[in-house]
Design a protein around this ligand. Structure first.
Ligand code: C2E
Ligand code: MG
Ligand code: MG
Ligand code: MG
Length: 273
């Protein structure tokens, strides 16, 4: 009796696994084709200075509008690009395109997301240096966003990569702070320029006292360590006000602007003179 149940379970499990594998393979092929057919775009979300509320930079976010089987958000393909190794080509495309696009908008900084797999590549810093040289984009306007996954997995390599990137003149940010195991204690061991508080934490500042206390503590400690703090996912005025009061340095979220194509960013900047 239990044998039947067991078998049934295994069959069901196998079927799900096969489906997941098929799904993964299909997306993987789509990414490979998409890179060849130029189906990816890079959009930009403004980051504002918390005091002046002036836009001081943008975060580059990959978009896939021309996928024949339908657009997919990055959360649904970045992971597959990572496990398949396609993230190297995709990441290089995003970095190169973003540096080209932002080059003429010379008063804006550029922040680019880097996957753990890219950061793990011992050639990564050289590739970044190559893009900087090739595009003429000033290294000091560039910031790379890394997540704690990578940093926790290989602290020694992470420390070396951060040091090398800073040697190029590029800033390094810790993205998605507050979502995982990132503790304030280990921040001290790495030389991040900026800590980005994830929207799942920063976005609670107006409704959840504990979250608000955590955000406040993070900002105080980060500033004691000489790191700037960017809060993500600001969707209303109250959140904005509370984060300004808490001493946050930079703000990002739909309240200010959603991510937009480069053409829209350009015309926005023209209006500002
Ligand atoms: P992330 O780096 O934390 O980027 C912020 C995400 O929050 C973006 O989602 C952005 O559109 C969204 N967002 C910004 N403001 C708000 C807000 O006020 N409310 C809400 N609900 N969301 C907001 P997106 O573009 O879908 O990207 C999701 C994640 O995918 C990114 O999270 C990042 O981890 C990854 N990603 C995106 N582009 C790239 C890329 O070029 N390379 C790599 N490696 N990862 C990328
Ligand atoms: Mg990011
Ligand atoms: Mg983030
Ligand atoms: Mg995130």
């Amino acid at each position: 009796h239990s044998k039947v149940t067991g078998k049934g379970r295994i069959t069901h499990y196998d079927a799900e696994l096969n489906n997941a594998r098929e799904h993964q393979l299909r997306i993987e092929n789509d990414i490979r084709d998409g890179l060849l057919r130029n189906e990816f775009d890079v959009w930009y979300q403004p980051i504002v200075d918390a005091r002046s509320l002036a836009t001081i930079g943008v975060e580059a976010l990959v978009r896939w509008p021309r996928r024949p089987a339908g657009a997919l958000p990055p959360d649904q393909f970045i992971g597959i690009a990572e496990t398949s190794g396609l993230i190297y080509a995709l990441g290089q495309f995003v970095l190169r395109r973003a540096c080209q696009d932002l080059l003429p908008l010379s008063d804006l900084k550029l922040s680019v997301n880097i996957s753990p797999a890219q950061f793990r590549d011992p050639e990564f810093e050289n590739k970044v240096a190559g893009v900087i040289t090739g595009s003429g984009f000033p290294a000091h306007r560039l910031q790379l966003e890394v997540t704690e996954t990578y940093v926790l997995e290989n602290p020694e390599r992470a420390r070396a990569a951060i040091t090398n990137l800073k040697g190029l003149g590029t800033a390094v940010a810790l993205d998605d702070f507050g979502t995982g195991y990132s503790s304030i204690g280990y921040l001290r061991r790495f030389n991040f320029d900026t800590i980005k508080i994830d929207k799942s934490l920063a976005g609670l500042i107006d409704t959840d006292e504990q979250a608000a206390a955590l955000v406040g503590g993070t900002i105080r400690i980060a500033s004691a360590l000489g790191m700037a703090v960017t809060a993500e996912g600001i969707e209303n005025e109250k959140q904005m006000k509370l984060l300004r009061l808490a001493g946050c340095d930079q703000l990002q979220g739909y309240w200010f602007s959603e991510p937009m194509p480069i053409e829209d960013l350009r015309s926005l900047r023209q209006q500002h003179g």
